[in-house]
Every structure is written in structure tokens, then in C-alpha cells.
Design a protein around this ligand. Structure first.
Ligand SMILES: [Zn+2]
Length: 152
């Protein structure tokens, strides 16, 4: 995914590429070399990509939501949440409630695919992936907030 950004050194506008990866958890990287002044940056970071770049990329590439069906129990969600982080059981239940209240979790399509896989690995089969616009009020629990709340 790429967006137009200014060089931190000479302010020339250029396309900067961001790539997201998932292994045990999300991580991302970015690199650019300014063709004008030669300024080069390389970033490799653990965790979800943060704002403001995240917001701009979501606007450009779209946001999707993972919605769990009615047959998914709180216990299923807790198991799923605990597979993502060493969250204590009380916090996992409160996060499960928050996922339900907000209708689902939304983010980049690759983030949602990863969550979907994690859900499947924890025995959850009743879910849908939809465009965020199809969610109630066009909103859901943002992946970034969800990860903050997990305490990762
Ligand atoms: Zn430059």
C-alpha cells in the first residue's frame, strides 16, 4: 500500500510504500529514498501501523469489518482473544463484550483476514467479512484500538 508523503528532509512529495505482516502478531515496515536529496528512511516495527499514516491508507484502500454471528458464544470470543495476547480472563470477557457492542472489528483487509484465520483456529465458524459501510452507523471496533486494549 502506498501514499503520497513529503520527504522529511527536503519536502519533495513522493510515493511511500507500507507493508503489513502477521506472524505471532501484526508488524509493519516502510522504506523510501528521496530521488531529490537522497534522504533515506527504513522502518520496521511491531504492532499495528499507527496514525496518521494508517488513517490515510484506510481512506485510500478501504476498511472492512469482521462480524461474529449469533452462534458465537462469549467463551468462543474469549478463547479467540486469549490466542492473540496473554490477556487475563476478566479483561478478555470485557473485550468480548466490546466486540459485540461495537458490532465487529474493522481494519485493513489483510488485518481482518488475519483475525479471521485466528478466529477459525479457535473454532469460530460463524462470521462475515463486510465493508465497513454495511456496519451499524458505518462503525466498528477499530483494529488499532482493539490492539491497544489487548495490551499488546
Ligand atoms: Zn528529499
Amino acid at each position: 500500500m502506498d501514499i503520497e508523503q513529503s520527504c522529511g528532509s527536503c519536502a519533495t512529495s513522493m510515493k511511500v510504500n507500507y507493508s503489513l505482516r502477521f506472524s505471532k502478531g501484526p508488524s509493519w515496515s516502510s522504506s523510501y529514498r528521496c530521488h531529490q536529496c537522497g534522504n533515506a528512511i527504513e522502518v520496521d516495527a511491531d504492532g499495528p501501523l499507527g496514525n496518521p499514516v494508517r488513517a490515510k491508507l484506510l481512506e485510500k484502500y478501504g476498511c472492512v469489518a469482521l462480524i461474529f454471528g449469533g452462534s458465537v458464544s462469549d467463551m468462543n470470543l474469549v478463547k479467540f482473544i486469549k490466542s492473540l495476547a496473554a490477556t487475563d480472563i476478566k479483561k478478555a470477557f470485557s473485550l468480548a463484550r466490546k466486540i459485540r457492542e461495537q458490532g465487529g472489528i474493522c481494519g485493513f483487509s489483510c488485518e481482518i483476514s488475519w483475525l479471521k484465520l485466528c478466529a477459525e483456529n479457535n473454532g469460530i465458524v460463524d462470521f462475515q467479512v463486510v465493508d465497513l459501510i454495511q456496519c451499524v452507523d458505518g462503525k466498528a471496533y477499530a483494529f488499532l484500538d482493539f490492539f491497544d486494549d489487548l495490551g499488546n
